[in-house]
Design a binder for this molecule. Sequence first.
Ligand code: ADP
Length: 187
Amino acid sequence: MFNLILFGPPGSGKGTQSIKLAEKYMLKHVSTGDILRSEVKNQTVLGIKAQAIMNTGELVPDELLIEILHAVMENNKNAKGFIFDGFPRTIVQAKALDQLLVKMQVSINNVISLEVEDDEVVNRLLKRAEIEGRKDDNTETINNRLTVYKSQTCPLLEYYDKQKKLYRIDGIGTIDSIFKSICSKLD
Ligand code: ADP
C-alpha cells in the first residue's frame, strides 16, 4: 500500500493536485472537506452537527472525523493506497490515523506540503467564491481558516518532518508544473 497526505492552507490547490495524484498512482482520494460537504447537503446527523462549525472556519470535532476515517477505511479495504486531502488536521487525528494504519500493517509513506503565502490564497478563494459560491469562502471565514491552519495543522508538519516523510513544494505556478514537482519527489 502507498499512502500519501497532502497539506496546505485553504486555497493552496490540495484538492486539484490530489485528484491528479489519485489518478496517476491509482490511489483512493479521501477529501474530508468533500465528505463533510456531502453530509451537510444530505442533512445527515453528522452534517447537521458540522454545518455551523464549517461556516465559521473552525474545525469539526476530532471524534467525528475519526468516525469518518473508520468508515472510509472499512469501505475501501481493497484500495492500493490512500491520498488524504484535508486530513489529518490535528495531532489527535494524526495519531488516530497512525493507529488505524498500524492495525492494517501499513503506514504513511510521504507527506506533501503545498506552500502558498496568505495574500495569494485569499485572492484565490475570493475568486472561487464568485464561481462556486462555497459558504466558507468569505473574507471573515477565510481569515479564520488560515489562522486555524497555522495554529492547529502546521504543527503536524513537524510531526512528519521528524519522521523524514515531508516534502515542501512551492504551490505557485501552473497546475501542471506543480503536479510535476510533486511527482518528481514521489517517483
Ligand atoms: P479548506 O479549503 O479550508 O482546506 P476543506 O474543504 O478541506 O477546506 O474543509 C472545509 C471545512 O471542513 C474546514 O474549514 C473544517 O471546518 C471542516 N473539515 C474538513 N476536514 C476536517 C478535518 N480533518 N478536521 C476538522 N474539520 C475538518
